[in-house]
Structures are given as C-alpha cells and as structure tokens.
Design a protein around this ligand. Structure first.
Ligand SMILES: [Zn+2]
Length: 172
C-alpha cells in the first residue's frame, strides 16, 4: 500500500436527524480521500465498519442503523450522487472529506446530518493536515448545514475543547 493510500482512512460518523421506522437512530459512516479522482472512498476497513455497527447497537439498541454509502444494498449512494455541491452546482472544496460526504448522504437520504465525529488515523500521512478535526473547508459546511461538531476544529488548534465556547454556533 502506498503511503498516500494510508492517508485516506480518516473516518467520519454522521448522526442523521430522524430515527428510522423501527425507532432506531440512523448514522452514516464515510471516509476521506478519493480513488483516482473518483467520488469513491472504498478504504473503510471492514473491521471498522463492524466495530462501529456493534458499538452503536450496543449503546443505542438493536434498531440502531449504520449506513455506509459505498456498500451495496438499499442505502448505497451511486458514485455520481456522493458529491456535496454548492448552490451553483459545483463540488464544495472539501467534497472528498468524510464530513462533506456525511452531509451529502443526509441530503440524499432526505434526513439531514445533525452531528458529526471524525477520527484520527494513527498511520495516516495526512493527520497533520486533517487530524480528525474539521478542516477549514468542512468547518463552514458544518455551520451552514447546522451540524454539531463533536471532535474539534483545526481552526481551534484541532482539538475538542470541552471547556471552550468556540465557535459559538457549535454550542448553541
Ligand atoms: Zn475537511
């Protein structure tokens, strides 16, 4: 695996606003990076998918649902539909990031993104760029779409500041 590939596994978990028909919370798992410029991001390890599914169901109940847009099945999002676009129809600058993809998934499912967590991949070559904290491109997306960021912003030193109140919109 090339070092550049290892850097593609920054994951974002997005909680959608509404529960499913069975009353379980709905979350979406997306990854950062692009494969050969396509709107694809296949490098979410199967162990990570399973770990997060099991954890969500253990914590939220058996009806908790984890949707992964790249997986086959009823919640697959076609590649061309995975790109978050601005009002002019252009891809937003950080469209390859997990946050933008989670927000786009919420649009596609007609169930808006409400809350996001992003992970740091220890082996990533890009963690000093992204670090699991929302980048300068994703932070304004979260603000515009009303998504609460639970794991921090690069702009605020890239850490989750439990004692801070910045940015104000993230804390109500
Ligand atoms: Zn970003």
């Amino acid at each position: 695996m090339r070092p550049a590939d290892r850097g593609q596994i920054v994951l974002t978990l997005t909680q959608l606003r509404d529960s499913n028909a069975a009353g379980g919370g709905v979350h979406v798992l997306t990854g950062a990076g692009s494969i050969k410029g396509k709107a694809d991001y296949a490098r979410i390890p199967s162990q990570a998918r399973e770990a997060i599914r099991q954890r969500l169901q253990a914590q939220l109940g058996p009806n908790a649902e984890l949707r992964i847009p790249i997986e086959a099945g009823p919640h697959n999002i076609p590649v061309a539909q995975r790109i978050l676009r601005d009002g002019s129809g252009n891809p937003v600058p950080s469209w390859t990031h997990g946050e933008a993809r989670g927000i786009r998934a919420g649009e596609y499912y007609n169930n808006p993104a409400a809350r996001q967590w992003s992970t740091l991949n220890p082996s990533s070559t890009t963690t000093r760029v992204h670090g699991g904290a929302a980048c300068f491109g994703c932070q304004p997306l979260q603000q515009v779409y009303g998504v609460i960021n639970e794991t921090g912003f690069q702009f605020y030193s890239g850490r989750f500041d439990r004692f801070g109140l910045n940015p104000h919109w993230n804390w109500g």
